[in-house]
Design a protein around this ligand. Structure first.
Ligand code: NDP
Ligand code: 2IT
Length: 449
């Protein structure tokens, strides 16, 4: 990776010192800092009053114990987190992740990314992330409910529609948001719909929120393809993961005439050359909550299952990593390039390692970074907050239309900014710079706080 600007090097060194061992956070900070050297050269005032140092330090970090009782009557202890990164643009906003790998560094990287992503949407939302090292796999419905209630029993005091508004992420979908909203409502005696997003349609949720991250990611890639006169029609696509983001990425690609031939979970991947059967995938993942190997078993005449293995070995025109951070490395990127990939869109947060990103860019592959490509989820969360505030609800068509417009605007903002700074086609630089400028201007206006 290119060296940092000399003004930014000591800031990064201090981030490393102060957040020792938090590798994902270091990675996310370094990527943003490596893009903004040119901005500081052009507008040195953006670095005044330790603005960048403040931007790299969360405004508030909450860590708490989450005790709960499992089905055997045993007391279990997990750790809960909420990192409130930046509220210059609006109330803290960002998802909650329940996964055994969760630790402070991971939540910090996600909160940092969220700050720039939310800025890019152009909506009035600050950046945050939270979650727990709780592992929902193999837990019963009642265990999940008890965990969510205990988690919210502590977190509720830090939330509010004008303070901090969580949503879902890995391991947290509408079911978990429901249990947490129920507990929040019970404790506070307030039906405060705008305190959580990703709610169900009958209790304050928005049309299209469930689909939004995946649909938005596909809209973003569609815009990138358009700059080269291309589209999804007839393209072979590989989508990693098989959770919320992956499923609705697949749905929209199919609607646009693309053929998704592979998807995965953390146990392995499935390949079906004629195209993944989305109804079956939804039934297995959303209803039965089973593994992707079940899909392969049920389609044994047409689908192959590869346990473990690298899904990026499957030749495709377009790759959309939609599972987790650093799931696509330099070796995977080289393989994709050898196999002729033309576009890569990050549905997940930071799924491509820095060397993978560099390989794509050097090979002139269209590359959409997560903080732009997957911003449709949080943007639609902001639309949910807007509907909650006005006690209104919009139709699916209207909401999807708004999402499509927002994604086009994000695309154009990134493309125009990259061009302005002399890096045409570099969506990573465009996203980092455009997001940074919006947050920096608000922070300057609000003074040293
Ligand atoms: P889900 O929990 O619905 O699905 C996650 C998927 O990724 C599952 O298939 C899971 O497999 C796989 N996965 C998770 N962790 C790992 C791991 N360590 N190694 C391999 N595979 C893994 O989550 P989402 O679909 O909501 O989130 C996916 C990604 O998208 C995350 O990076 C998230 O931060 C990002 N994102 C989500 C948004 C949203 O609105 N939900 C918005 C923007 C970004 P398994 O079941 O085996 O664990
Ligand atoms: O990473 C993300 O943008 C999310 N998990 C969604 C956040 C939100 O508040 O909708």
């Amino acid at each position: 990776m290119s060296p940092l600007d000399e003004k930014l090097e000591p800031i990064y060194a201090e981030v490393l010192r102060r957040n020792a061992g938090e590798l994902e956070f270091h990675q996310a900070v370094r990527e943003v800092l490596s893009s903004i050297g040119l901005v500081i050269a052009k507008h040195p005032d953006y670095a005044d009053q330790a603005l960048i140092e403040r931007l790299c330090e969360p405004e508030r970090q909450i860590i708490f114990r989450v005790p709960w009782i499992d089905d055997k009557g045993q007391v279990q202890i997990n750790r809960g987190f909420r990192v409130c990164f930046n509220s210059a643009l609006g109330p803290y906003k960002g998802g909650l992740r329940f996964h055994p790998s969760v630790n402070l560094g991971i939540i910090k990287f996600l909160g940092f990314e969220q700050t720039f992503k939310n800025a890019l949407t152009g909506m009035p939302i600050g950046g945050a992330k939270g979650g727990s090292d709780f592992d929902p796999k193999g837990r019963s419905e009642m265990e999940i409910m008890r965990f969510c209630q205990s988690f919210m029993t502590e977190l509720y005091r830090h939330l509010g529609e004008y303070t901090d508004v969580p949503a879902g992420d890995i391991g947290v979908g509408q079911r978990e948001i429901g249990y947490m909203f129920g507990q929040y409502k019970r404790i506070t005696n307030r039906y405060e719909s705008g305190v959580l997003t990703g709610k169900g349609l009958t209790w304050g949720g928005s049309q299209v929120r469930k689909e939004a991250t995946g649909y938005g990611a596909v809209f973003f890639v569609e815009q990138m393809l358009k700059t080269r006169g291309l589209d999804f029609e007839g393209k072979k696509v590989v989508v990693s993961g098989s959770g919320n983001v992956a499923i609705y990425t697949i749905e929209k690609i199919q609607e646009l005439g693309g053929r998704v031939i592979a998807c995965s979970d953390s146990d392995g991947y499935v390949v079906e050359e004629s195209g993944i059967d989305l109804d079956l995938l939804k039934e297995i993942k959303e209803v039965r909550r089973e593994r992707i190997s079940t899909y392969a078993k049920l389609r044994k005449d047409t689908a192959d299952y590869v346990p473990k293995g690298r899904i990026w070995d499957v030749p495709c025109d377009i790759a959309m990593p939609c599972a987790t951070q650093n799931e696509l490395n330099g070796g995977d990127a080289r393989k994709l390039v050898q196999n002729g990939v033309i576009a890569v869109g990050e549905g997940a947060n930071m799924p491509c390692t820095p060397d993978a990103v560099q390989i794509f860019q050097e090979a002139n592959v269209l590359f959409g970074p997560g903080k732009a490509t997957n911003a449709g989820g949080v943007a639609t969360s902001a639309l949910e907050m807007q509907q909650n505030a006005s006690r209104d609800s919009w139709t699916f068509e209207e909401t999807e239309q708004r999402l499509a417009t927002i994604m086009r605007q994000i695309h154009d903002r990134c493309a125009e900014t990259a061009e302005e700074y002399g890096m045409p086609g570099n969506y990573v630089a465009g996203a980092n710079i455009a997001g940074f400028i919006r947050v920096a201007e608000a922070m300057r206006a609000l003074g040293v706080i």
